[in-house]
Design a binder for this molecule. Structure first.
Ligand code: NAP
Length: 343
């Protein structure tokens, strides 16, 4: 068993559940923050059902990361915590008020975990879940010839929001402003712990534990689910992006602190190959020929080629992480198998 005790915020989340699973599998004592006792008990039973060593897992209730005292109390009551993985942040594009619903929890939540960790001398490593929305220009203002790397920043500001309920841009803004707080803290506050950010792109792949309601997956997993729910003859939305499998994102969070001498102060961008909805449909049709869904295609439409936009190079991250990513086909197939098994 490992001597580190790891605290995972937002432990009920899609990515966090995989992190919790991988931590327990590696023998880390794991404490997750959840928003209610009910959610904590539910997660505990999922861990047990999965045959994992549930004695390694416990939870604390943190109803809202925006409250300053939440993390202070956790660290005071659990002085054995040496590693903190801060994943909690709202991923909800339908909020009515971007500032309250997205920006405040992302930014204030991040500032809270940073300052609480600074008060708790036992903490050795902090990993923050950021997003590729902080490196790519989601406003469309940057010339697409510019190469995007781990050092790039989304130029987005509050002025780019089309309305106070502009959830798409509001999410990018929330993650970008939170990411900048991390850099500011790292540069100015002389932390006694290492700080690494993990920046996933669209995260696909199966849920870590049993799926109770396949109609209600988290935002990114729902992209594959929507294609699965399509009917023959449907036109799939034209959208293009890179993806990363959720198991790789979780793995990157573990690596981020396990090899902190190589990751300290870095932004690790986890992005694999491109996806489009017709490409996902092509994979589903190929692997599940009895399902009747929309027609797939491996070709990009003219719009998708245009929207592919900026070029990127995240090879520095791949070199540091040093493991192979799960390909799109496996990610989609595993997701579909899991969804079909719950129907
Ligand atoms: P998720 O399933 O919606 O998980 C988000 C977690 O954060 C949930 O446990 C949620 O709790 C918790 N949370 C949200 N707001 C909170 C608040 N104010 N106080 C306390 N807890 C709060 O989303 P996910 O996809 O796993 O995302 C996890 C992290 O990865 C986020 O930081 C997100 O920005 C980042 N990310 C995700 C993707 C993606 O494609 N999925 C891509 C890039 C980055 P409840 O569910 O109980 O509300």
């Amino acid at each position: 068993m490992s001597t580190e005790t790891v605290f995972v915020t937002g432990a009920t989340g899609f990515i966090a559940q995989h992190i919790v699973k991988q931590l327990i599998e590696k023998g880390y004592k794991t404490i997750g923050s959840v928003r209610s006792n009910e959610k904590g008990e539910n997660l505990k039973s999922l861990i047990k059902q999965a045959g994992l060593d549930s004695k390694l897992f416990s939870y604390v209730v943190v109803p809202d990361i925006i409250k300053k005292e939440s993390f202070d109390k956790v660290f005071e009551e659990n002085p054995e915590i040496t590693v903190v993985l801060h994943t909690a942040s709202p991923v909800d594009f339908s909020v009515k008020d971007v500032q309250k619903g997205l920006v405040d929890p992302a930014v204030i939540g991040t500032k809270n975990i940073l300052s609480s960790a600074q008060q708790h001398k036992n903490i050795k490593h902090l990993v923050i879940t950021s997003s590729t929305a902080t490196v790519q220009d989601t406003t469309g203002n940057r010339p697409s010839t510019e190469l995007v790397t781990e050092k790039s920043w989304n130029p987005i500001t509050h002025d780019d929001l089309k309305s106070p309920s502009d959830g798409q841009l509001g999410y990018s803004l929330s993650k970008t402003l939170a990411g900048k707080e991390v850099v500011k803290f790292f540069e100015n506050s002389n932390p006694h712990f290492t700080i690494t950010s993990v920046l996933p792109t669209y995260v696909f792949g199966p849920q870590a534990f049993e799926v109770k309601d396949p109609n209600q997956l988290n935002h990114s997993a729902e992209i594959v689910n929507q294609v699965l729910k399509s009917k023959p003859g449907d036109t799939l939305p034209e959208q293009v992006g890179t993806f990363i499998d959720v198991r790789d994102v979780a793995h990157a969070h573990l690596k981020a602190f396990e090899i902190a001498d190589k990751t300290n102060g870095k932004r690790l961008v986890t992005a694999n190959t491109y996806w489009t909805n017709p490409l996902i449909a092509h994979i589903i049709n190929k692997n599940f020929p009895d399902l009747k869904i929309a027609k797939g295609s491996i070709e990009l439409s003219d719009k998708e080629i245009k929207d592919k936009g900026q070029k990127f190079d995240f090879s520095a991250t791949r070199e540091i992480l040093g493991f192979d990513y799960v390909p799109l086909e496996k990610s989609v197939v595993d997701s579909v198998k899991q969804i079909l098994a719950t129907k």
